[in-house]
Design a binder for this molecule. Structure first.
Ligand code: IDP
Ligand code: MG
Length: 139
């Protein structure tokens, strides 16, 4: 059975370009509710560890540098079928390939600076949420 929660970040480009409000409206408009949220900035250690799964990929260094370049918004979201439905809402990794109307099609700059993160499985949603929030910060 699919889980009810996913984890997202509005990435540094989404914040720097003034899209926090518009992205949160898309998220709420698609039926997600916010269970935890913070405005924060990743340290280099945070970003290396969060993206450790990608450490052999050629873009890992660029990704860590980019994700630490400015503030982000981290949030835990709830909805039936949360992980899959949120991936549909954000669109493909490369905004040039993202379906019209998706968050990345509307607001991303590039394949690296692609506006938002979305967990890719229920297991990773739980791990990523716990990376950013303690139990008493989650409602
Ligand atoms: P996802 O965010 O759609 O799940 P992943 O393949 O998990 O995509 O990659 C994680 C993040 O790494 C992407 O969101 C993007 O910011 C960055 N990234 C992915 N592929 C590339 C690339 O080819 N060049 C630069 N950055 C990339
Ligand atoms: Mg991914």
């Amino acid at each position: 059975m699919a889980g009810k929660r996913t984890f997202t970040m509005i990435k540094p480009d989404g914040v720097a370009n003034g899209h926090i409000g518009a992205i949160l409206e898309k998220i709420n408009g698609a039926g997600f509710t916010i269970k935890a949220m913070k405005y924060t900035r990743l340290s280099t250690e945070d970003a290396k560890s969060f993206y450790a799964i990608h450490k052999e990929r050629p873009f890992y260094g660029e990704l860590v540098e980019y994700m630490t370049s400015g503030p982000i918004v981290a949030a835990i979201l709830e909805k039936d079928n949360a992980v899959e439905d949120f991936r549909t809402l954000i669109g493909a990794t490369n905004p040039k390939e993202a379906a019209p109307g998706t968050i990345r099609a509307l607001y991303a700059e590039s394949i690296a600076a692609n506006a938002v993160h979305g967990s890719d499985s229920d297991e990773n949603a739980a791990i990523e949420g716990a990376f950013h929030f303690s139990g008493r910060e989650i409602f």
